[in-house]
Design a protein around this ligand. Structure first.
Ligand code: SF4
Length: 229
C-alpha cells in the first residue's frame, strides 16, 4: 500500500473540523482531550509555558531559505477526509529534482515536503508526538496530492532532531486516533479520570482533580452509595 493509497478512505462523516493538536492530548490522556474539546477548558502550567516559548519563532507565519530548502513557518493545514485542521510548525520544501527549485518553472507539482514539529524536552520518542506529526503529513498529502515518507520532531532541550518515518502502522494508528477523537466529540463524552504519573505534568490537573474524580476514588464511592448509583 503506498502512502497515497493509504490515505483515501473517509474518516470523518461529520463536517466538523477538530483541532489537530488534540490528537496529542488524546494520546496523553483521553480525559484531557475531552475536557478541552467537550467542556472547553484551557489552563497553563510550567510545561505549557515552556511550550509557548519553544514555539515563539515557529508560530510567526513566514518563510526563510536555508541551504537551498524553503522553510515555511506556521503553515495552516487541514483535511476534509479526516475532519482536522491545524498548523505545521515548519514545513521544509526541498528542491524539486527536475529543476533544483522548490517550485518548478512549469508550475506543476512542488519539491518534496518534510514537516517538522517543535517539542519541549529532550530527544525521546513519544507516540503522541509521532501521531501528531503524522497527521500533519496526512493533511499535507491531501492538500498537495503529495507523498510524504518522513518528517521530524525537533526536541528543544537537547536541540536535536528525531526523524520519524510515516509507516503504514503509524498512519493507521493516526487515523484510528482521529476516529476516536471524533467519537468523543459526537458523544459529548468526558471519560472518568485515571490517576497516573502523567497527571503530575498535566495543565488541567486542578480542573480534573484525578485523585478525587477517578472511577475508584473514595469520593466517587461515597457519591455512589449516597445516591445509590
Ligand atoms: S490530570 Fe490526569 S486524568 Fe486528569 S486530564 Fe490530566 S492526565 Fe488526564
Amino acid at each position: 500500500m503506498t502512502p497515497i493509497e493509504n490515505s483515501k478512505s473517509q474518516i470523518s462523516e461529520s463536517r466538523e473540523q477538530l483541532p489537530l493538536s488534540l490528537l496529542n492530548d488524546y494520546l496523553y490522556c483521553p480525559r484531557r482531550a475531552a475536557l478541552k474539546l467537550v467542556e472547553g477548558w484551557r489552563s497553563a502550567n510550567e510545561h505549557t509555558a515552556r511550550g509557548d516559548i519553544v514555539h515563539e519563532h515557529s508560530d510567526l507565519a513566514g518563510y526563510e531559505v536555508v541551504k537551498g530548502a524553503t522553510l515555511l513557518r506556521a503553515l495552516p493545514v487541514w483535511s476534509e477526509r479526516m475532519g482536522l485542521n491545524g498548523k505545521c510548525d515548519i514545513v521544509e520544501v526541498r528542491p524539486h529534482p527536475s529543476s533544483g527549485h522548490p517550485l518548478p518553472s512549469d508550475g506543476r507539482g512542488i519539491g518534496s515536503l518534510f514537516p517538522v514539529e517543535f517539542k519541549v524536552g529532550k530527544r525521546r520518542q513519544w507516540e503522541n508526538d509521532d501521531v501528531q506529526l503524522c497527521a500533519h503529513a496526512l493533511c499535507l498529502e491531501e492538500m498537495f496530492n503529495a507523498s510524504i515518507p518522513c518528517g521530524a520532531v525537533f526536541h528543544a532541550d537537547s536541540k536535536r532532531r528525531r526523524e520519524v518515518e510515516f509507516t503504514v502502522a503509524l498512519r493507521r494508528r493516526t487515523e484510528a486516533t482521529v476516529r476516536e477523537l471524533h467519537g468523543l466529540m459526537n458523544d459529548q463524552r468526558v471519560p472518568a479520570a485515571v490517576f497516573k504519573p502523567a497527571c503530575e505534568a498535566c495543565s488541567l490537573y486542578e480542573i480534573c482533580l484525578p485523585k478525587a474524580t477517578a472511577a475508584d476514588s473514595r469520593a466517587e464511592r461515597l457519591a455512589r452509595s449516597l445516591f445509590q448509583i
